[in-house]
Design a protein around this ligand. Structure first.
Ligand SMILES: [Ca+2]
Length: 384
């Protein structure tokens, strides 16, 4: 059975089961930080004032570019042009990048599509259009004409030729609102002694944030994997395509292949001579198990893996008179593979009864702790 077909069956089974302790699941899926701080929705509008002049930016539409949805602003704060109220003077495209937890700005430059990082909630420093940008501080309270906003995040943007203690300008963004304050604080940069806060240029005076999927009143439901506020077949498709993926430490080492060799006794050893995909009653065979280390550390395993046949009387172990001692501890480096066998070379299996055979394979460490296991099937045909 293909693994993709297993999931709907499982879901139907789950649907018939009630969970008396269902509140063990969180009430809602978490929005990413960047979505929380930047409520992008067509129709949203922000008006800023410096006391005399006003700037208003609106989201006037969306645009799909290279599979990404960008929000089109009619204008936006200019990057790095100081506090004189200068804006981009043109439409600006911004989008979320959930993996980076960043807001990216689109440019079509010299015939290429280029995204530059405007705000990076992942922290640290990054470059943008000739500026060095910094995630400066979280948890700042901002008092502006539109109200008091707590838990603001401060970003700073400075020219590479600026001194170490100054920056070109800064922005404060508030959860559920976006940018609430645009400041030019750096005294040394401007040739004055002004410090942060001395020269606030534009503060949020009013704003319109339309209700949208993912905001505080319309949270993502549990299971909404593509964040469209609906749990439907699209989420099921995402879940199904990742079915049985495992990134847990116990999944670092995995059985990646099982090979059966018909063999014969040469002296005291069973030597493999033909790879087969099915067996016939009377065949003597050995099994080779390939394991791969997907983790980031070397794993030590026992070279003899466990193997249990089901039904158990379909196969028996045959042995030469040679002593069967061959257990060893072997290292499997990260990105490396190893070949294990369930028996020493003085032993082999013999197919006894025809039928469908299930092989349960276990990989253990030296202390008999099972590191990984898997199940494979084969067929034993009747001898004719
Ligand atoms: Ca969904």
């Amino acid at each position: 059975m293909k693994k993709g077909l297993v999931l709907p069956v499982v879901l139907i089974m789950l649907a018939s089961i009630s969970f008396p302790n269902a509140n063990i699941f969180s009430e809602q899926a978490e929005a990413s930080i960047v979505e929380n701080y930047f409520p992008f929705h067509v129709g949203n509008q922000w008006t800023y004032t410096d006391g005399t002049k006003e700037l208003t930016f609106s989201i006037i539409g969306t645009q799909e570019i290279n599979g990404h949805t960008y929000y089109k602003f009619d204008d936006y704060f200019s990057a790095g042009l100081g506090g004189d109220g200068q804006t981009m003077g043109t439409e600006v495209l911004l989008r979320y990048d959930r993996e980076l937890d960043a807001v990216l700005m689109y440019f079509h430059f010299r015939g290429e599509d280029v995204d530059i990082t405007r705000y990076n909630f992942g922290g640290g420093r990054w470059a943008m259009a000739g500026l060095e940008c910094r995630f400066k501080q979280r948890g700042v309270t901002c008092d502006v004409p539109a109200g008091q906003f707590s838990d603001c995040t401060n970003f700073q943007f400075l020219g590479y030729d600026a001194g170490p203690d100054c920056y070109g300008y800064g922005e404060y963004v508030a959860p559920g609102v976006g940018c609430v304050k645009y400041v030019v604080p750096g005294g040394a940069c401007l040739g004055t002694d002004q410090k942060e806060g001395d020269l606030v240029t534009f503060q949020l005076r009013s704003y319109q944030i339309l209700p949208s999927c993912g905001d505080a009143d319309h949270p993502y439901p549990v299971g909404d994997l593509n964040h469209d506020c609906r749990v439907d077949m699209f989420d099921l498709a995402i879940l199904s395509s990742n079915w049985l993926e495992c990134t847990a430490p116990e999944c670092d080492l995995r059985i990646t292949d099982v090979t059966i060799f018909r063999c014969e006794l040469v002296g005291n050893r069973f030597e493999r001579f033909e790879e087969v995909h099915e067996l016939t009653v009377g065949d003597v065979f050995v099994v080779q198990v390939e394991i791969f280390n997907f983790g980031h550390q070397t794993k030590n395993v026992l070279n003899l893996c466990g193997l249990v046949f089901s039904p158990e009387n379909c196969v028996k172990v045959v042995a030469s008179s040679w002593p069967s001692v061959c257990a060893a501890n072997i290292p499997v480096p990260t990105g490396g593979r190893a070949l294990l066998t369930p028996l020493c070379s003085s032993q082999a299996f013999k197919a006894e009864e025809a039928g469908h055979v299930i092989m349960h394979i276990y990989v253990d460490d030296w202390n008999s702790r099972t590191i990984c296991d898997s199940t494979f099937t084969t067929e034993i045909l009747s001898a004719q």
